[in-house]
Design a protein around this ligand. Structure first.
Ligand code: ADP
Ligand code: MG
Length: 238
């Protein structure tokens, strides 16, 4: 079943078109990774899917709905940012429950979902701490926890690990892979790290100047890069 469908998606900022006709089909439960050079439109594309930016042209379907005009909070998606975007004055527990509170989910249900997510991410011992009392990896885990509690149909990650040191990045990468295994939720993940893309993705989308250059499994792109551009990004160095 198709979960996310992009049909000739375009985004203009003023007169500059930065997303220039993207067609993409993402299946339910798939782990899709967007890669490409800085400025090629990865974050913008993710923000269009999440509803943080308005689509200039084309159609975006999530599940069986056309969502171009559906507000971010009602799209069934959750976004995890590189900067974590935690509220400094709220505890881990309240950071995780904040979105649910805004959506008027009753306190008891909120507590249940926060504990469940905390268990999944091994955050229980940290629930009463404030963000400043956490390491980078713990903060990123809280940011992921905050996404999980909303039971999204689609997770969107924008370079979630790029602020972490190399060792922690490897660790968090396997945690995200395990999370995907456990939840089987559709995930769309932006990274500029080739190894992250290769290890996490069912399908890699290579973007170049606002368009798709090639889509394929890590194996396909590595062994049969369609262009030199793709080869430079993920292909074998032959
Ligand atoms: P990436 O995440 O791949 O590095 P972005 O999606 O952030 O790329 O940016 C794609 C292009 O769109 C860049 O040229 C960037 O300068 C431009 N852009 C992004 N956001 C805005 C904005 N709010 N206003 C104008 N231009 C923008
Ligand atoms: Mg970006």
């Amino acid at each position: 079943m198709t979960k996310v469908l992009l049909k000739d998606i375009r985004k203009r900022f003023g007169t500059v078109e930065v997303i220039r006709g993207v067609d993409l089909q993402i299946e339910d439960g798939e782990f899709v990774v967007f890669v490409g050079p800085s400025g090629c439109g990865k974050s913008t594309l993710l923000r269009l899917i999440s509803g943080l930016e308005h689509i200039s042209d084309g159609e975006l379907h999530i599940g069986d709905r056309l969502v171009n005009e559906v507000p971010a909070a009602k799209r069934g998606v959750a976004m995890v940012f590189q900067s974590y975007a935690l509220y400094p004055h709220l505890t881990v527990r309240d950071n995780m429950g904040f979105g649910l509170k805004i959506r008027k989910v009753p306190a008891k249900e909120r507590a249940r979902r926060v504990s469940e997510a905390a268990a999944t991410l091994k955050l229980e011992p940290l629930l009463d701490r404030f963000p400043r009392q956490l390491s980078g990896g713990q903060r990123q885990r809280v940011a992921i926890g905050r996404a999980i509690v909303g039971n999204p149909e689609v997770f969107l990650f924008d370079e979630p690990l790029s602020n972490l040191d190399a060792e922690l990045r490897v660790h968090m990468r396997s945690e995200i892979a395990a999370l995907h295994q456990r939840l089987s939720t559709t995930m769309i993940y932006v990274t500029h790290d080739q190894i992250e893309a290769m290890t996490l993705a069912d399908k890699i989308v290579v973007l170049r100047e606002g368009k798709i250059e090639q889509v394929g499994s890590p194996h396909e792109l590595y062994n049969e890069p369609g262009t030199i551009f793709v080869a430079q990004f993920i292909g074998s160095p032959k």
